[in-house]
Design a protein around this ligand. Sequence first.
Ligand code: GH3
Ligand code: MG
Ligand code: MG
Length: 409
Amino acid sequence: MSALFRAIVPFAVPAALLFAAFALVFYSAALPPTLDGLKLYGPYIVLVLGAGLAIAFNRGRTLLALVILCGAYGAQQLWLQQGLATPTARAVYVGLTLFVPLNLAVLAVLPERGIFNRHGLWRLGAIAAQAVIVAWVASAGNPAIVDWASARFFEPLPLRAGRIPQLGIAVTAAGVMVAMVAAVVARSAISAALAGAIIAFAVAAHVPNASVTFSIFTAMAELMVTIAVLQDTFRMAFRDELTGIPSRRALNEQLAALGARYTVAMVDVDHFKKFNDTYGHDLGDQVLKMVAAHIAGVGGGGKAYRYGGEEFSVIFPGKDLDEALPHLEALREEIESYRLALRASDRPKKAKRTKRERGGWRGRNAVSVTVSIGVAERNERLATPQAVIEAADRALYRAKDKGRNRVSR
Ligand code: GH3
Ligand code: MG
Ligand code: MG
């Protein structure tokens, strides 16, 4: 349930803005005439807002998506208002319906590489090259390419009413899928926004000569990628990048909001320095992800945070120590019995066998780790979150002293 919820969350804003776009178009005639300028200049206004934000946060993909969407709107204003009767208009239209969804989908899977560097320049150059190709096809008056690109490849498709060529529909559908998968896999708001932007652009392109509709839908698409900057920035601030669980900053906010009864556990991976030395930092990272996933799944309403390095915190709001203990004990056992499979390249060279390995503690093709846990609850003596954390830390040291792989209070 919560996994499904997490997968859906990034799509909430694009879905709401799509809905808003339909509502705005539906009621646009009823809007006061003083808003007419807004209807036609919306995409330019959002471009300025969004580009400012994208530059301030160094978000190259957002800036390029804004350029693409606003450029498409500019092209609509220049060439498509009179419909698709002329060869130029048809060439521009076919170019837009192919290249806009294609590029937005590509941006959804590309890594973020910032703006003012050679990556940004290359990406901008690739987009400009496509614009040049469309301009060349349009001005050379070569209808053969346009005819081919807008051909009806698949006759029985019941899409006669639409103007978007079948090739464009195929690119749109594939682009939406690709962007959605990227959004779910990377839990990325910008990829989700790009999926929404492809859909919004398809609606706009469906009515190429209806300027207000085109304007509203492209402006909403721009708004999607702009808001995604804020969502992704928020996520970066409050989620730990490696493990994907909430970060120290989120922990501090949670601590400040706690009531009079809660329990704090500090979890520390045992002998982790040695693990890194034996298996390398990359496998160490993988183990940290695995450990974090287990801690995040702890029962009893415990909330997991990466405190730093190989240390994690679990907060049990409203629970006392005795209520939290069984869940922490279960967590410790779960991590102890979990085996992480090794690829051949991860296996240690023969010289680097550790003592624990020889003791049969690890299998040959799998590794495992243990954790020590210190627990403390709030009471009259430990009245502040800071004091409770320190007490949990002291309990953690006792767990280490007693031989590790245990829960101490
Ligand atoms: P102990 O059982 O006493 O906790 O021993 P330890 O080796 O785990 O303790 P120590 O705090 O000395 O070592 C922590 C190690 O965790 C040091 C560092 O190499 C490793 N570490 C911290 N953060 C990361 C990380 O993000 N990735 C990886 N791979 N290792 C990390
Ligand atoms: Mg440590
Ligand atoms: Mg440790």
